[in-house]
Write a protein of this length. Structure first.
Length: 327
């Protein structure tokens, strides 16, 4: 069955990306100045849903000393949610049990759906230029209502920054920190569609680096997340991994990149578990706009089934893309 799942933050949230606390200027170990991403990663949504299914089905034991699946429930749990951690670079489609598909995260308010999209429609595009473009205006800071393409909002209409300045225990050169978290303004929520063969119920879930609490509401639906650009431009509805050189496969593009990196368990001689960072992968950020993409580019995006399964590599409704750019 298909659900519309909404997530309303009950407290400030922090969605970490590639940057963590550490020394200023230390690319590998982070910085004392960190800023939350506005949206959770699709992989984080997958992990949250898998955990919630285990909790609601009584498969996850939760006590003071931690959370685990009892030995007599392991095989049944594998069938329920799978036993693989999501791998962004996997060549095969992974099995997540009763979860068959997740849509990209979008914003939801009063039954209206908003997606991030570069504000290219406020300008006239011609021959690789945007007429009257003002570089002082952040055209990437733009959200459109997909059922009413004339309705737009900026990030400041939706996201409220919450700053925290403090000193970590222990002192030292890394004691000071400044962290920027977010809340959602004006009754906005995060939302996504999910095809799940399980009877999910409303709940309170934790998400993000600080285990922030969100109210999860479950609504049965037959809807889907679709968007058709009125000019025929390709819009990325999600963060998207592309392995082709973009400039050789489109006429024009306005894009931003986002780094994807996760922690993975690694056995250690000195202790039971340690953690190492996965390979850094750069993705084109949701909301990017591509004009006159090649057929090869479209196929490159759509062919990565493991990514589209959990809401990455999702694009606007296909049209008859023009093929008049110079390769």
């Amino acid at each position: 069955m298909r659900y519309l799942i909404t997530l309303t933050p009950l407290e400030p949230y922090f969605f970490g990306g590639d940057v963590t606390f550490g020394k200023l200027g230390d690319e590998e170990n982070g910085t004392y100045l960190v800023h939350s991403q506005k949206f959770p990663q699709q992989s984080a949504i997958l992990g949250m849903i898998r955990k919630e299914i285990m909790i609601q089905d009584g498969k996850l034991t939760r006590k003071v000393r931690g959370e685990w699946v009892d030995k007599d429930k392991v095989e049944e749990t594998k069938r329920l949610v799978g036993d693989e951690k999501f791998d962004l670079l996997s060549k095969k489609e992974q099995d997540f049990g009763v979860i068959s598909k997740i849509s990209p995260i979008f914003l939801y308010k009063d039954e209206k759906r908003f997606i991030k999209k570069v504000d290219i429609d406020s300008y006239e595009y011609k021959d690789g230029l945007l007429k009257n473009y003002n570089p002082k205006i952040d055209i990437y800071d733009n959200f459109v209502e997909i059922d009413n393409k004339d309705s737009k909002k900026s990030a400041s209409d939706i996201f409220k920054a919450v700053e925290q300045i403090g000193i970590k225990k222990g002192g030292g050169e890394n004691a000071f920190f400044k962290k920027t978290s977010y809340l959602l303004n004006d009754n906005f929520s995060f939302a996504f569609y999910a095809d799940i063969d399980y009877e999910l119920k409303d709940s309170i879930v934790k998400l993000g680096a600080d285990d922030s609490k969100f109210k999860m509401k479950i609504i049965k639906t037959t809807d889907n997340l679709e968007y058709e650009d009125k000019n025929g431009y390709l819009t990325l509805l999600s963060d998207t991994y592309i392995t082709l050189p973009l400039k050789e496969h489109c006429e024009f593009a306005i894009t931003s990149e986002i780094a994807h990196r996760s922690l993975k368990n690694k056995k250690s001689i000195n202790k039971k578990y340690s953690f190492e960072k996965s390979k850094r992968v750069y993705m084109y950020e949701k909301g990017s706009v591509i004009i006159n993409p090649s057929n090869e580019l479209i196929e490159n995006i759509k062919s990565q089934k493991n990514l589209t399964k959990i809401g990455y590599n999702t694009i606007s409704k296909e049209q008859k893309w023009k093929q008049n750019f110079i390769k």
